[in-house]
Write a protein that binds this ligand. Sequence first.
Ligand code: IMP
Ligand code: MG
Length: 381
Amino acid sequence: MVIFATYKKIGKVIKLHDKYFKPFISAQEIDVAITKMASKISEELGDEIPVFIGVLNGSFMVVSDFVKKYDKPCEVTFVKLASYEGVSSTEEIQRLVGLNQDVSGRTVVILEDIIDTGNTLEEIYDIFSEKGVKDLKIATLFYKPEAYNKDLKIHYIGIEIPDKFIVGYGLDYDGLGRNLPEIYQIKNTQRMTNIVLFGKPGAGKGTQAEFLKTKYNLIHISTGDVFRFNMKNDTELGKLAKSYIEKGQLVPDEVTINMLQAEVEKNRDANGFIFDGFPRTTAQAKALDVFLEDKEMDIAATIALEANDDTLIERLLERGKTSGRADDQDAAKIRIRFDEYNEKTSPLIDFYTAQNKFHSVNGIGTIDDITSRLSAVIDAL
Ligand code: IMP
Ligand code: MG
């Protein structure tokens, strides 16, 4: 099995019927894949004159472009798989229509636009096994390895793609999209509720996140918790993080972002995430936006828990007595964290305000009161 090309992302979102599709594979990348596939097949078939068989409807574009790049004599024909009902009404049988040519003793190359589960391919193998061909080769422009569940050999693969519905370049969504010269991928429109909880140390982010996570069925990602877990277990990441946290400094963005990405990846089917303690800098917020966009996710709201410094210091010192957190036991160290917050984190207010996502609630009161204030914001989203 040979893979001829990879892809990168391009351009604008389109709508077909009720669904949205985003640009996925450019015409140029398709061209590269087909060019390489044609020259490889030509090389391997030597002097043999092959019969290229396109499986309609989807393959009309790839066959057309492919044979133009095939530099030796060849025959080209199209077939279609038509389903009809077998003896029992539940039994669906596929029949090949349009093959009015004798292919016995010939080298046949099936040209597919896409192989997904492999069901179609299985029918093709079945049907051609009775035709007495000399050699049967399968070539497909697109292949979804995660969806494929057959053992049948695929000899040539243009581009491997994830198991997501695509349109364009011959492929349709309910009749539309075949004429697009590039490939578009379906956009996930399911909306996640991703919340950033914002506030100085001691503002109650962790406490509130615990309540909100249950109430809205969200995954709570606390960078602090993950770091503390790593530090306690003395992992490499933990040792690294420790050296910064003990000085009252922020852990470098790169370390934090990688860790966070891993947490999101682990919970891809979640209703949403509560980010607590992240982002802490504008650079992190931008990196988070980029990362989420890549996953078709976004931040629904950033909610700040407001409280004055004296109240917060009191709370933190109180917490330090029982939690054993070194950074909570010393008022001077706490003030360093506040300064750090004022300098690096508070610019995020402007960042999220510009996106119309910034909200703030009074963080002083009973836990229940504060949860209600936060819920009012979330419910209104
Ligand atoms: P398979 O039989 O599951 O391998 O699927 C093959 C057929 O399903 C193709 O010939 C297409 O008609 C259709 N198909 C599979 N995946 C896609 C897709 O992502 N977009 C459009 N059609 C697809
Ligand atoms: Mg097809």
